[in-house]
Each structure stands twice: as structure tokens, then as C-alpha cells.
Ligand binder design. Sequence first.
Ligand code: ZN
Length: 280
Amino acid sequence: MIHMKYTKLMTLTLLALMLAACGKEETKTPASAPAQEEVDEKIENEETNEELVTDVVEEEPMEEVTTKPLYKLNEANWAFKPIADAPSKVVLLTIDDAPDKRSLEMAKTLKELNAPAIFFVNGHFLDTDEEKAVLKEIHAMGFAIGNHTQTHANLKDLTEEQQRAEIMQVSEKVEAIIGEKPKYFRAPFGSNTDFSKALVKEQGMLLMNWTYGYDWVSEYQDAKALTGIMVNSEFLTNGANLLMHDRVWTAAALKGIVEGLRGKGYEMIDPATIQGVTAE
Ligand SMILES: [Zn+2]
């Protein structure tokens, strides 16, 4: 019995370690922080503390791993709080604007490092057979896939009908390619509307912005500078949600970023363990 439990736990741990992903973003604000208006809106939406699922894991058959939620999104700073005794010194890696030119390379780098992440994808990068094959491969490597809209539009500039198309087209494309819909959503520029937030929720996706990121700032469009700031940012905090993009310099910096963060004692959150994403 003990041995079996141990094996299952090891398997879960390995699965967790194998999951990884990424994303890109927002060209205006550097570093941290969503707009205050968004924070205010979020606070109104306090979740109902639904799924403190306990003890499900050991009952499940091996093939159907039901992941227990270990982290809860804090919408005030988009960082993650540990549930119960989950490790607190962690960060979430995300890579936006995938899968453009560098996502596959970035996924391979993360995989070698056993670093989980979310790749937030745009529908306009999922048109050709080659692009679809890349998404399939990234997903098959164990990375989580998030929805980053069809054309990377600012949702606040669109009608409700257009917003719906931006979001739904990507979810449908992703499902057609990998067999499941995205469970995570990040709006381009962190620009959400009441309509898009409701739709994202209705579609069963967890909406997130980010805690910090720098790769769109010109002085950090260099692997060494980017590695330095990502590892030593003043916004680095337990559970921080790190925003990166499918970019040449970010791909070159990625290994150093992961190793630098681990050197400071941070591990990477498995996106599948975030509350609201785990199986109920
Ligand atoms: Zn983006």
C-alpha cells in the first residue's frame, strides 16, 4: 500500500515537473501591475471558495490523474497563493504570443529543465499545418495552453460580437488541434472588459494578467539584461506570475532565467495545480 501510494505520488510529481509553458505581451507598461480599475473589478468577484478538494488523488486510477489544487490566484497582484501546505517559494512561467517563431525552441529549453509553464497562443499563429504541428508538439511535451485571442486585438476597442470571435475562435482552433480547449486566458495588453471576463468564465477559463515582465522594454531586449532583471526584479515575490514572450532574446535568456530563479530557491508552479483549472 505504502509503496503504491509512493509510486503514484512520484508519478504525479514527475507529471508536474514535466508540465511547462510560456507567453508574450503588452507593449506599454513595463514590469508589473494591471490597471487599478481592473484590480477593483476583480475584488468584487471574490470567488466562492468552492473547490478545496482534498484527498482525491490517491483514489484515482493512474491514467486519470486528478490534480489537487495547490495554488490560488490572487487577483490583486496576479500572483499565486499556496493552498494548505503547498510550497510558497514558487513562480509561474508564462509565454505569450505563441506559437510564433521561438515557442518550440523555448518549450524544448523548458522541457530540458523540467520547468512547467503556460504558452498563451494567438489564433493567427495557428493557421498552417506547420503551425498546428508546433502547437501539438508543445502540448505533447506537457505544456499548458492558454488563449491569448485570435488577432492580439485590444478587447476594449471591440464590440461584444468581435470580442466573442477573438476568444472563441482560439478556443475552437486549439481544441481542434490538441483535443481540448484552453483552460487559461490572458488578454492582450491585459485589457479586459466586463463582457470578455464573463465570457472567459463561462468558457471555463481562468483569467490572468501578470505580476511582472520586461521583454518588451527595449533595454531588456538582450538575453543577459533580460535574465538579470527577470531573476532580480523588485517585483519578484512568492507566487509571482512571470510574463515572457515568443521572442529571440527571451528564448536566449530562458535557461538563465529558470536557473537563476531556482538558484534563489524558487520552483515553478505546475499550471494544472491552479485552483479553478484542476478537475473538480
Ligand atoms: Zn501578447
